[in-house]
Design a binder for this molecule. Sequence first.
Ligand SMILES: [Zn+2]
Length: 326
Amino acid sequence: MLMIAKMRFFFFPAMAAGVLLMSGCQTSLPEKMGSPFKAIVKKIRKTDSAPAQPQNAPVYSGKTGTFSCGKETFSFQIGMIRTTFRGTNLWLPEAPGKGDNAFSPRMFDQVAAPLLAGGRARGTIRTVLLDPGHGGKDRGTLSVLKDREKDLNLALAKELKTQLEKQGFQVCLTRDDDRFIPLEERSPLAKKHKADLFLSIHHNAAGNASVRGVETFACTPGAGVCALPENTALAWQIQRQVAPPGSGLDRGVRFQNFVVLRTSEIPAVLIEAGFLSNASDAVSAADPAARRRFAAAVAKGVREFAGPPPKKIVKSAGTSAKGKKK
Ligand SMILES: [Zn+2]
């Protein structure tokens, strides 16, 4: 019976949802209505009124400027590149000045607006191209445990492939063994693999051994062909999962003119997964369990960016009815 009731809604979903909305029933749905129905109503509600568009018009209070869009706000300090968005650190590509053009239109379009608008991808994300940094004659940095960055990058990329596949993505790699690939040849491989998203995987190093944590880089707005507002959204979604506010590991979303990012025509970020010059980070990088947790967090961030996976409605209705009997 449950299945038959559901099937009716699949035949007339828009009509049923429309009646509900017109009758003012917008806060709760009857218990008997299954989740696919709720999803349809949600979808219709979403498209029912156009979402608020971020506007480049900051409101100032002292040295703090704030953009608002719906319930979301993005704040910055005059003269400071460091800011946060929903608790995650973010280093602006340039320091905001004062007055109406304090925040350059390009920085607004590429950094603030995509976050205020929800941090989501514009198109469908099906295939992810992973790029384990370095390889072959280029070993990258060396950890305090004498592990080579190129090996740790590949190990993390392979684990990330598993975790992204669990999230429903197709995954390919720029290299799946120890070989050298010039930087300029990496992101163009996206065309060959028909990839929708590019993630470059690295580990960091610093002169100061106490420095640790994660950094996620997007291409500097205006550099190369990478002028995609989605880059900031993707970097932020990943950073807040791998280094949540309060974890002590959040070194922030940053902007850099890296070759692999500026040559990418699809949303692209570069993750510096930890400092191999720091003992704690070096141990984590070499530990398979820690690597799995890190990869699962990256995959969750990518899923948040991409939005819910497409559902085959009729098939899932059948499975859920069977599942309930058990
Ligand atoms: Zn590297």
